[in-house]
Design a protein around this ligand. Structure first.
Ligand code: XMP
Length: 512
């Protein structure tokens, strides 16, 4: 396994994803991790990430000495390269010519890092983003590739198996960066590349059995990818010791509650408690217009109903959660300052302490796309595994203003047509999230010979990699036209359709 030490780069997670794509397991730890802990982890190779810091900053992050004492291959990326050089006796200078964006490197000498892929004289496109650069190599190192802005674009000390690259092989703008990282893990470190989802599943099943023993596990199912995959995996491990609780809050999309029950109870034969709590939720939501109050109300009810159902079952020692790796990584941040709460995302994080249960979190080492791959390995239908993210407060935050059953039904119809057209056009997987919003305005229209005075709706579709930023999906006009005309013709009560063209920032993905 490979250890990635994070120095605060925005793209450290991408390094981990590239390494895992090459079939090698890796973890991301903060650079300041305890040295003894690093040694005890016994990494076969170490990758040092980039950083927004400069090695000349007074409190510049330091590479732990243990990294070089372990005698394992090390690859420094950008800041990682610079810090390595400085600590091993080289020189790093701040150049007035900062280099950002696409650049070309030229291979000057052969090196294990790219053996078999690139040879002398080869030119390769890479992505640079640096102000500092290495100007004098530490003893033992040689430059094996150069670029106009970085004379030491790739450096190597093959005796000690230390390597450094000035550019970012982990980003897509370095088209063959994945191959370089693969060469590092496979050729230099000597990993076999056998870490696959099938292997992970088998290992995790053993781990769950060992943790749970004869105990009982309860798992909240939401219909989303993470809880679905967690539940199915745990079921493969311990069968009927698992009980799933599906709280239907009445604010899901058309057909979703039915699909959860059909799939998990009908097809997978999982012991599933289905609690239709729509009356309770909609009763509590009546008249509430403030988005944050909606979120808090829904979050509180989820916990209450879940606890109630768990108590009816006589309790359990374990609670399963679909926590993913990005929630677990300890982040390194140099931005400082207080962060502002834009929206309080609903989660059930308070549950385990309240219920005094131990957590079973079989996905806590996986990235989202790996969870999807695992879901496919577990034969979970594509309609669930490939599903767009859906917020906990559901359709309630897609109806600005007060929510009631009638509005929810109206929105479900609009949303279903929109998603059906997206699927038919083969666009579903190219979009991060697509949904309709029911607007709290009535507008005048004309249908046939009559005047209408009905509600308007908005359609939204965005692309994103993590939901933190998002771009508007560029539908062609014919598509939008077709969807709008179907909605107005088929959904009584809607007479106007708009398309939201706001990116994030400045907008958020949801309207509330
Ligand atoms: P925003 O609207 O903040 O959304 O740009 C970013 C991502 O988070 C989802 N989202 C939520 N998820 N509870 C959730 O579980 C929430 O309260 C919530 N609000 C937004 C949103 O759908 C998008 O994927």
């Amino acid at each position: 396994r490979i250890l990635i030490l994070d120095f605060g780069s925005q793209v450290t997670q991408l390094i981990a994803r590239r390494v895992r794509e090459s079939g090698v397991y890796c973890e991301i730890w903060p650079f300041a991790s305890d040295e003894a802990r690093i040694a005890a982890y016994r990494p076969r190779g170490i990758i040092l990430s980039g950083s927004p810091a400069s090695v000349h900053d007074p409190d510049a992050p330091h590479i732990p000495d243990i990294v070089f004492a372990l005698n394992v291959p090390v690859l420094g990326i950008c800041y990682g390269q610079q810090a390595m050089c400085q600590q091993l006796g080289g020189l790093v200078e701040t150049h007035e010519h900062r280099e950002f964006g696409r650049a070309f490197i030229e291979i000057a000498e052969d090196c294990a890092l790219f053996r078999g892929a690139w040879s002398r004289g080869h030119r390769e496109q890479v992505w640079m983003s640096h102000g500092d650069r290495v100007t004098k190599l530490p003893p033992g190192f040689r430059a094996v590739a150069w670029s106009e802005g970085a004379p030491n674009a790739i450096i190597a000390d093959e005796g000690r198996r230390l390597y450094g690259v000035q550019f970012h092989p982990e980003v897509v703008h370095t088209p063959h960066g994945g191959a370089l990282l693969r060469n590092f893990t496979h050729e230099v470190v000597g990993c076999a590349g056998t870490w696959t989802m099938a292997g992970f599943r088998d290992m995790e099943i053993e781990r769950i059995r060992a943790q749970v023993g004869p105990g009982r596990v309860i798992c909240g199912l939401s219909g989303g990818v993470d809880s679905s995959v967690a539940a199915k995996l745990i079921h493969e491990a311990i069968g009927d010791q698992l009980i799933c609780i599906f709280v239907d809050p009445g604010i899901l999309r058309a057909g979703e509650a039915e699909e959860v029950v059909r799939t998990f109870r009908g097809r997978f034969n999982i012991h599933l408690v289905h609690r239709d709590a729509s009356d309770l939720f909609l009763g509590a939501l009546a008249g509430i217009t403030d988005p944050e109050v909606k979120r808090k109300t829904i979050g509180r009810l989820f916990v209450e109903v879940f606890e109630e159902e768990a108590a009816k079952l006589g309790g359990a020692q374990f609670l399963a959660q679909g926590t993913l790796y990005p929630d677990v990584i300890e982040s390194v941040s140099f931005t400082g300052g207080p962060s502002v709460t834009i929206k309080s995302h609903h989660n059930v994080g308070g549950l385990p302490e309240r219920m005094k249960m131990q957590l079973v979190e079989p996905l806590r080492e996986l990235f989202k796309d790996e969870v999807r791959a695992l879901g496919r390995e577990l034969d979970i239908p594509e309609s669930i595994v490939g599903r767009h993210p859906f917020p906990g407060p559901g359709l309630a935050i897609r109806i600005p203003g007060a929510v009631d059953r009638e509005k929810l039904d109206l929105l479900r119809k609009v949303d279903a047509i929109y998603l059906e057209e997206i699927r038919n056009a083969g666009l579903y997987d190219a979009i991060w999230q697509a949904f309709a919003v029911l607007l709290p305005v009535r507008t005048v229209g004309v249908m046939g010979d009559g005047r209408t005075y009905d509600q308007a709706c908005a359609l939204r579709a965005v692309t994103s990699t993590d939901g933190m930023t998002a771009d508007v999906f560029p539908f062609d006009f014919g598509f939008l036209n077709r969807v709008a005309s179907r909605i107005v013709n088929e959904v009584r009560g809607i007479n106007r359709v708009t398309y939201d063209i706001t990116s994030k920032p400045p907008g958020t993905i949801e309207w509330e």
